[in-house]
Design a protein around this ligand. Sequence first.
Ligand SMILES: [Zn+2]
Length: 314
Amino acid sequence: MRFFLLLCVSALYLFANAHIFLYHRFGDERYPSTSVSESELRKQFGYLKDNGYEVVPLERIVAKINAGEHVPEHWVALTIDDGYKSFSQNGLEVFKEFGYPFTMFVYVEAAEKKYPDFMDWDELKALTQSGGTLEFHSYSHSHTAKFDEQKLKEDFEKGLKLFKKHLDITPKYFSYPYGEFNENVKNIALSFGFDAIFNQNSGAVDAKSNIYDLDRSALVGVSDIKKLLEQKTLQAEWLAPISFPTNGILNKVSAKITTNATKAKLYVTDMGWRDVTINGGVIDEEINYKLTNERTRVILKIGNQISTKMLAKE
Ligand SMILES: [Zn+2]
């Protein structure tokens, strides 16, 4: 009995996955693909509340992963990218009503130049009085995989300087603009000393997640939050592709997976899903597909376990 209990407990630890969600705009009908309506937001929060999920500050999840500790299965963190005014107009009240903390990743140039759709520095700062934490989302919000090293560094330096000047905060976290990155972008971001970096790939996080490539599932339009909460991490070591192919042709997908399964589902943006075979924990699938999207995701799924490799055109 004791052994059985031990097995159950370790299985629980092994499969403990928390979820980080990502919002952009709120109640902004002009942008249905990046906005969530107030009623939909209320529905999502109601679902979390009624089903025993605890919305925690992002740093609690990061601390668990950093310590290599099991992340409680019922933990959820809410993040918002860009800093749109529509959040303070249509979203914030709902967050306050439920008492949910949130992390806002700031697009610095938009705040600095007071772009019409965005919150200015004072409005951003005010969020810290309402359960908000402010973090960094680049200066220029560009397709940074196309930047050379110098241009990238300048973007970080400029953005971080303004962030510190106006908010008097040194951000700990960074989220990739458009969720796009390559090794170069990741390494330069790391050189600026962030404690954690977030992507825009649907999934979950657990004790083994890469702290510099943490999955966030987007909640835009009408989302099936129940299904997103069922997603688990898939431990996959991606062997190919490593980056966006220079000739634009995805030759093959190869990965090592910790699994006993013999079949997986493989997705490539625009190409869609196909079944693939796993041989002794290895997937080696010929593809030969001309990539048409500058931001392509290659996804492997076994049941509800998911791993994504994101390819950004350089
Ligand atoms: Zn963004």
